[in-house]
Ligand binder design. Structure first.
Ligand code: SF4
Length: 723
């Protein structure tokens, strides 16, 4: 029987609403939800082909439908029952915890999980097992934005909403190829430009992307020099008298210290360091500071950096200095990469966070969460973040790894270390919808999970809007929902670790809609009185319309925009200027590795392609991997378009066709992040077989956010010697 089900797109952080069409057994179509405030019916190339990824025979072949166990490494996994799979997992985790302590296990999660999934996993690790070793691929995506907001505004809360695009007089796009990474939002920017010819758009990016094409001013900065540029803009603002001293005095602290730092960032130094013209620095600063409303949109170019938190904070400094915040059309608006990186942050699903934006380092916050969960304590030892977790496993400290809904054997930087970690870990559980990811090859136990179109729960998009995710078809085979797998494991584990006590996971497994709702309600209660208080939201209200947080009990709608009253969630209610220093890239370009390699998204692919890679038409835009270089660099290296080249960093090497590109500057190169083992082979510096661009990337990370520098690796590029 034909059915329509409202849900949310599982790809990027725009969080578009979709209407799923199904015939009861199969998903047959998808269209944009005209009532959803994120997209008003629009979908991009990825969203509009979702139904094909859900129903294509190739996708079905790729699904993991039953638990599989590999009794010995190197053997093929064989099908086992859920009972056996859970028994093995519990026995191995209990043994590991008893012999080596709770920090010998780690959970690596995903910004693709739903908020309910994240919540249960976080409680399982921090509440039951007693380890903070819970981190997520959102560490590769948004942790610098989190650190930047907390450092300056006092809370991890993007202050804007999508409607601000319509009100802005100046949009400063920094480190974001919005046209490809957040396409539906980019359409809104195009609409705003068409409706308001006086709208000024600045695009700052080492690559002249499609997004730069819409800009009135393009700033082609050298990789990693964002902080110098942003400090230079503040220097010019001070010189020209464009800062708002009244706002600074009333609503901020720390400006005098920052003034001393940016005094050094003269236009000459900025032009020389960033590789831009001085007049463009002045033009950009004038547009930013003198427009009635300025909105910044930023993403991985700022985040994926060894100075990620500093870059975010330096940009927010500009908004505070010019009072471009807390009013329609103005503010620093970080765009979320994944569909639910925000939800993961909300429930504290990271190694340094606790539920409802609480900090693990704060004893009062730990006590609050322990009381909410009904456990004696939450451990105070900081957990391992993504890069640290795999390094600890490679060093033999973490012995059991549980990986859910993500593919670190492709997506993590420095693949040689990650693969060493997966080989050395004594027990690897991979909880996945697809059996084809590179990480599955390392699994001792494969647990089949449901995916888009089958799951129920919630996600939060970039503008703090919570949307429902709903099932359109029944769960296939023996798959289970991610939160339910974690809860079932928790039930069995707690019988061993705290026998006789009340369960920590009182969620119905028989009625999973009720169970998911119980998880949501518990998460909701944990937010009471916090900056992201959602005590006014319920599944019933969210079924009517997606809602933004905060939304306290008794309120009929959430807050579109934060800090309109000039009060910030800090001890004194004032925002803090961050006196951050410019630091060069972690890995310098030098004569042996003279190119700066950048990585990023394609328009029509998503992550490791387990879903989009099954659809032929999505290869119409870009059909095969390549390394893009400036045409003059090709000439200089005597290379022709299409030649195979060897791209080598200190960590590994891959062979890939070269492509001349007007988007890439001299001495720079770009490879898309999506291509996995079936497309792009390579090896480590010691000859180990690797795949994809992350054979080359570095795990050097920002000291504040622990987010790795995926936007730059020093590489050499030479013509490949073929046998
Ligand atoms: Fe999905 Fe993002 Fe495209 Fe919207 S813009 S349809 S959320 S991928």
């Amino acid at each position: 029987m034909a059915r329509e089900t409202k849900s949310t797109c599982p790809y990027c952080g725009v969080g578009c609403g979709v209407v799923i069409e199904s015939d009861g057994d199969q998903i047959t179509g998808v269209r944009g939800d005209p009532d959803h405030p994120a997209n008003f019916g629009r979908l991009c190339s990825k969203g509009s082909t979702l139904h094909l990824t859900a129903s294509a025979p190739i996708t079905h072949q790729a699904r993991l439908l039953h638990p599989m166990r590999r009794a010995h490494r190197g053997e093929r996994p064989t099908r086992v029952s859920w009972d056996e799979a859970m028994g093995v997992a519990v026995e191995t985790f209990v043994r590991t915890i008893r012999e080596h302590g709770p920090d010998a296990v780690g959970f690596y999660l995903s910004g693709q999980l739903l908020t309910e999934d994240y919540y249960v996993f976080n409680k399982l690790a921090k509440g039951l097992i007693g380890t903070n070793n819970v981190d997520t691929n959102s560490r590769l995506c948004m942790s610098s934005a989190v650190a930047g907001y907390k450092m300056t505004l006092g809370a991890d809360a993007p202050p804007n909403c999508y409607e601000d695009i319509d009100h802005a007089q100046c949009i400063f796009i920094a480190g974001s190829n919005t046209a490809w990474a957040h396409p539906v939002l980019f359409r809104r920017i195009e609409d705003a430009k068409a409706a308001n010819p006086s709208l000024k758009i600045i695009c700052c990016d080492p690559r002249r992307t499609e997004t730069a094409g819409i800009a009135d001013l393009y700033l082609p900065i050298q990789p990693g020099t964002d902080v110098m540029l942003l400090h230079g803009m503040l220097h010019v603002m001070l010189w020209e008298g464009w800062v708002n001293y009244a706002y600074i005095a009333a609503h901020t602290t720390g400006f005098d210290e920052l003034k001393n730092t940016v005094r050094e960032c003269t236009p000459d130094l900025v032009a020389q360091t960033c590789g831009i013209r001085k007049e463009d620095l002045f033009k950009a600063t004038a547009m930013f500071a003198t427009s009635a409303t300025t909105l910044s949109l930023y993403c991985q170019g700022l985040n994926q950096s060894s100075s990620g938190a500093a870059k975010n904070a330096a940009l927010i400094n500009l908004h505070l200095a010019t009072a471009q915040i807390g009013k329609p059309g103005a503010g620093p608006f970080s765009l979320t990469g994944q569909p639910n990186a925000m939800g993961g942050r909300e429930v504290g699903g990271m190694a340094n966070l606790l539920s409802a934006h609480r900090d693990l380092a704060d004893p009062a916050h730990r006590a609050e969460v322990a009381a909410l969960w009904g456990v004696p304590t939450v451990p105070d030892k900081p957990g391992k973040t993504a890069v640290e977790m795999f390094q600890a496993a490679a060093d033999g400290q973490i012995k059991a790894l549980w990986i859910a809904c993500t593919n670190p054997a492709q997506s993590m930087p420095d693949q040689a270390t990650v693969r060493r970690a997966l080989e050395r870990a004594e027990f690897v559980v991979v909880q996945e919808a697809f059996a084809t990811t590179a990480t599955c090859e390392f699994a001792d136990l494969l647990l089949p999970a449901t995916t888009w179109g089958e799951k129920t729960g919630t996600v939060t998009n970039s503008e703090r809007r919570v949307s429902r995710v709903r099932p359109a078809i029944a769960k296939p085979g023996g798959t289970r929902h991610d939160w339910a797998i974690a809860a079932e494991f928790g039930h069995r584990l707690e019988k061993k670790l705290r026998p006789g006590l009340a369960t920590l996971f009182p969620y119905s497994l028989a009625d999973e809609e009720l169970g998911a709702q119980a998880v949501w309600n518990e998460h909701r209660e944990s937010t009471r009185g916090r900056d992201l208080d959602i005590t006014g939201m319920s599944y019933a209200l969210l079924d009517d319309t997606p809602l933004q947080w905060p939304m306290r009990a008794g309120e009929s709608q959430g807050k579109a925009r934060l800090y309109e009253d000039g009060v910030f969630p800090t001890d004194d209610g004032k925002a803090r200027f961050a006196n951050v220093a410019y630091r060069p890239l972690a890995e310098v370009r030098e004569s042996r590795y003279p190119f700066s390699l950048n990585t990023g998204r394609l328009r029509d692919q998503w992550h490791g392609m387990s879903r989009t890679g099954t659809i032929g038409r999505l290869f119409g835009h870009v059909a095969e991997p390549s390394v893009q270089m400036h045409p003059q660099d090709l000439l200089r290296l005597r290379l022709a378009d299409g030649d195979l080249v060897q791209v080598t960093s200190k960590r590994g090497s891959i062979v890939v066709p070269v492509q001349a590109s007007g988007e890439v500057a001299l001495s720079q190169a770009f490879i898309a992040m999506h291509w996995g083992p079936e497309f792009l082979g390579g090896c480590s510096s010691t000859g180990q077989r690797l795949a994809g661009v992350n054979a080359l990337t570095t795990s050097a990370y920002c000291p504040s956010s622990k987010q790795p520098e995926l936007k730059h690796a020093a590489v050499k590029i030479i013509k490949a010697e073929l046998p």
